[in-house]
Design a binder for this molecule. Structure first.
Ligand SMILES: [Zn+2]
Length: 252
């Protein structure tokens, strides 16, 4: 009986021990599981944190990219404005060059025109009845004037009745600096009281070649210098006014 009780006691003890061990084992497993779970949660939290950090970094990077893009836009804008300014400066500069070139050309034109006018013959002559050198008894209506430089001269007289023009002979005397020109218009008969011509047309050119006393000189104004044209380089019209003494100077 005692043995039986002992065995029962032992069995009970073993069962109790096994129960305790099982419980302990179960608790240990639970603890491990809980720990695993905690680790997993921690890892998840870490991942989440990492994801947040990543997002933050992405956001920062995005922001930086946005700022950089904005800077690029500003830079491009500044470059465009700079190019615009450079174009404007170039345009203004070109305008200024054009204006100064035109101003220089205008100034030169004024200067050449002034030179042309300075070189123009100042004709202030007199009408007279002069004896013809080859036939002193014949008087010739003559217009005489002096100039301070030599010119090539073509003289024509326009008829009173409008019937064309007659070429007049021109003679000259003088030095290399002063020349006196005589334009012989028409013979003057004893009973003549009026001229058959109303106007003396004098055409002048600079002498292009040396001829007699004449030293060549020129005018730079650009108007034709040779006699190819009908007009002279300078044209002067003189009214034909026979001298008052025409009634006194008579052929004998
Ligand atoms: Zn001229």
């Amino acid at each position: 009986m005692t043995n039986a009780l002992a065995i029962i006691a032992i069995v009970v003890s073993v069962v109790a021990l096994v129960g305790t061990w099982w419980q302990a084992r179960s608790e240990s497993r639970s603890a491990i599981a809980a720990e695993d779970s905690a680790v997993t949660s921690r890892e998840a939290a870490d991942h989440a944190r990492e994801a947040v950090e990543q997002s933050k970094r992405s956001a920062e990077s995005g922001e930086r990219n946005a700022i950089a893009a904005e800077e690029s836009v500003k830079h491009a804008d500044r470059s465009a404005k700079a190019a615009e300014s450079a174009t404007e400066i170039a345009r203004v500069s070109a305008d200024a060059s054009h204006v100064s070139a035109k101003a220089a050309a205008d100034l030169l034109r004024v200067e050449l025109d002034r030179e042309h006018n300075l070189l123009a013959p100042k004709v202030g002559g007199q009408w007279s009845l002069e004896p013809r050198s080859t036939s002193p008894h014949v008087k010739v209506l003559t217009y005489t004037f002096s100039l301070d430089r030599p010119y090539v001269i073509l003289a024509t007289a326009a008829a009173v009745n409008g019937n064309g023009q007659t070429v007049c002979s021109v003679s000259s005397t003088g030095s290399s600096t002063t020349s006196t020109y005589r334009v012989h218009v028409e013979d003057w008969a004893r009973d003549r009281e009026a001229s058959g011509y109303r106007k003396l047309i004098l055409r002048f050119w600079p002498p292009l070649a040396e001829e007699g006393r004449a030293r060549p000189w020129t005018c730079r104004c650009g108007v034709q210098l040779d006699q190819g044209d009908h007009a002279g380089h300078w044209d002067v019209d003189v009214d034909v006014v026979p001298p008052e003494s025409r009634r006194v100077v008579v052929m004998r």
